[in-house]
Unconditional design. Structure first.
Length: 185
C-alpha cells in the first residue's frame, strides 16, 4: 500500500475512533478539573515541519491551504488551560488568530474579530470545544451556525518533540489536513 493510502487509511481510522470517543465523552460524567486542565504536554512553541505536513482536507482536486515554513502555534498556560496563538509567519507582531484551550467539552466563542476557522465565516456564529482523550491527546470540534463543521485531534509524541494535528470535515473524513510540528526551544 502506498504511503498516501496508508495515511488516508490511518486518518479514517482516527476519524472513526474520535467520533466513538466523543460519543462516549458526551455520555460520560464530566471530567475532573485536574484532568481537564492537564495540558502541559502541549505548552510551548511548535513550528510546522513542512516536509511531514500534508494539507489535503478538501480532497485531491480541492483548494487546499498551503502553509509557510514558519507557520507556528504557541500554547501558553492561562487560567485553567492554555492560550493557543497561531502565527502564519513567525515571528510577527501579533498572532493571526487565538483560542482558549480548556479540555472540558464546553463550547467557547471565537476570540476577537477574526474567524476561528481558516475557511472564514462570521466569528460571532463560530464556537469550538476541546475534549481530553488522554494527557497527550485532545479532540476539538468546530461549530459554525450551530453545526459541527470540523473534527480535529491534537497529539504530542511520547518524547515531547513532535505535535500532530489532524483535521477533517464531517462530510469527507477520508480527506484530512495532517499538520506536523516540531517543538522549538
Amino acid at each position: 500500500m502506498s504511503a498516501s493510502k496508508q495515511i488516508r487509511a490511518a486518518g479514517i481510522a482516527v476519524a472513526i475512533a474520535v467520533v466513538i470517543v466523543l460519543g462516549l465523552v458526551a455520555s460520560a460524567p464530566p471530567a475532573s478539573a485536574q484532568s481537564a486542565s492537564d495540558l502541559s504536554a502541549f505548552a510551548g512553541r511548535w513550528q510546522m515541519n513542512a516536509a511531514k505536513t500534508k494539507m489535503g482536507r478538501f480532497g485531491p482536486n480541492g483548494k487546499n491551504i498551503s502553509r509557510g515554513p514558519t507557520f507556528t502555534w504557541v500554547f501558553t498556560p492561562q487560567g485553567p488551560g492554555l492560550r493557543m496563538d497561531v502565527y502564519y509567519e513567525y515571528p510577527q507582531p501579533a498572532p493571526t488568530r487565538s483560542m482558549t484551550m480548556i479540555a472540558d467539552g464546553k463550547q467557547r466563542p471565537c476570540e476577537g474579530k477574526a474567524p476561528c476557522l481558516t475557511t472564514g465565516g462570521n466569528p460571532k456564529e463560530q464556537f469550538y470545544a476541546y475534549y481530553m482523550i488522554e494527557s497527550r491527546m485532545v479532540a476539538r470540534l468546530f461549530y459554525d451556525k450551530g453545526q459541527i463543521v470540523e473534527y480535529c485531534t491534537y497529539a504530542v509524541s511520547q518524547d515531547g518533540k513532535t505535535f500532530t494535528s489532524i483535521s477533517w470535515s464531517p462530510e469527507t473524513p477520508e480527506y484530512q489536513n495532517i499538520q506536523v510540528f516540531d517543538k522549538q526551544p
